[in-house]
Design a protein around this ligand. Structure first.
Ligand code: FPP
Length: 238
C-alpha cells in the first residue's frame, strides 16, 4: 500500500540542493510585484530548510542569485539585496541555532559592500559548527567555480585528483548533493553545482517556489527514496 508520510531519517537525502525558480511568475499571477514573490520565496526557503533538517537532512544548498541573475534590472536586484539587508541575518540565526554552519557560495565581490558585510558576519557566527550546513549561492556560477578551483590548483602547482579538486570548490569538505530540486517548470540545471551534482537525483516540479510546501518537499523525498542509485554499477553489484 502506498504510504503518504515520510519518517525522519528514512532513506532521507543527506544533502539537498534547490533551484528556487518561479517567484516572479507566482507574484505576477497575483498581480503583485516580483519583489513580493522574492520575499515570499525567502520565507519559504527558511521554512523548507527547517523542515529538511527536522527530517534528517545534513546539508541544504540554495541557488539565490546566479552570476547571470546579476544582469537583471537594478530595481529587482535592489529588492533582493534589501531582503538580505533586512531579513537575512535574523532568518539565518534562527535556522543555524540548531548547530548549522552557513557558507556563502560564489563571488561575493560582485555584491554591494554592505551586503557582503552582512554575509561575512552571518558566516562567522556559525563558523564553529560542524556536520550540518546551509550553503547560499549568491553571485554564483558553476563554470566560474570550476575555473576558480582550477586556477587555485595552478597557483599551488598541484596535480589534481577528483577528490582534491572537489576540495577546492566552494563546497569543499562537504558531501555531494544527493537530490537537486528545481521548482518553476523549467527542466535544466542553469549552471548550478555542475561538478558536485554528477550523481544527484534530479527532481523537477511545475510548482512555483513560493507555493512549494513542506508536504511537497516530503513528496520529493518519497520520490528520492524509491530511486535506485547505481553510481554506474549494475543492479547485481549493489
Ligand atoms: C528565480 O526565480 C529566483 C531568483 C533569481 C531568486 C531566488 C531568491 C529567493 C527564493 C529568495 C531570496 C533569497 C536570498 C538569500 C536573497 P524568478 O524570480 O526569476 O522567477 P520567474 O522565473 O518566475 O521570473
Amino acid at each position: 500500500m502506498a504510504r503518504n508520510t515520510i519518517e525522519a531519517g528514512e532513506n532521507i537525502p543527506k544533502h539537498i540542493a534547490m533551484i528556487m525558480d518561479g517567484n516572479g511568475r507566482w507574484a505576477k499571477k497575483r498581480l503583485m510585484p516580483r519583489s513580493f514573490g522574492h520575499k515570499m520565496g525567502m520565507e519559504r526557503m527558511i521554512g523548507l530548510m527547517e523542515h529538511a533538517f527536522d527530517l534528517g537532512v545534513d546539508y541544504v544548498t540554495v541557488y539565490a542569485l546566479s552570476t547571470e541573475n546579476l544582469k537583471r534590472p537594478k530595481e529587482e536586484l535592489d529588492g533582493l539585496f534589501d531582503l538580505i539587508r533586512n531579513h537575512f541575518a535574523q532568518y539565518m540565526e534562527r535556522v543555524c541555532a540548531r548547530g548549522v554552519r552557513l557558507r556563502i557560495l560564489g563571488d561575493t565581490s560582485l555584491l554591494p559592500k554592505d551586503v557582503q558585510k552582512i554575509l561575512v558576519e552571518s558566516e562567522e557566527k556559525t563558523a564553529a559548527y560542524e556536520g550540518k550546513g546551509i550553503n547560499v549561492a549568491l553571485g554564483y556560477g558553476a563554470r566560474a567555480e570550476i575555473v576558480r578551483a582550477a586556477n587555485l590548483a595552478v597557483e599551488k602547482g598541484e596535480r589534481l585528483t577528483e577528490e582534491s579538486f572537489s576540495g577546492l570548490l566552494y563546497t569543499g569538505g562537504q558531501p555531494d548533493p544527493d537530490l537537486v530540486i528545481r521548482t518553476g517548470k523549467e527542466v535544466r540545471l542553469s549552471n548550478f553545482l555542475l561538478y558536485q551534482a554528477a550523481y544527484a537525483e534530479l527532481y523537477f516540479t511545475d510548482k512555483m517556489f513560493p507555493e512549494f510546501s513542506d508536504k511537497d518537499l516530503e513528496e520529493a523525498f518519497k520520490w528520492y527514496a524509491c530511486r535506485v542509485r547505481r553510481f554506474g554499477k549494475t543492479d547485481e553489484q549493489l
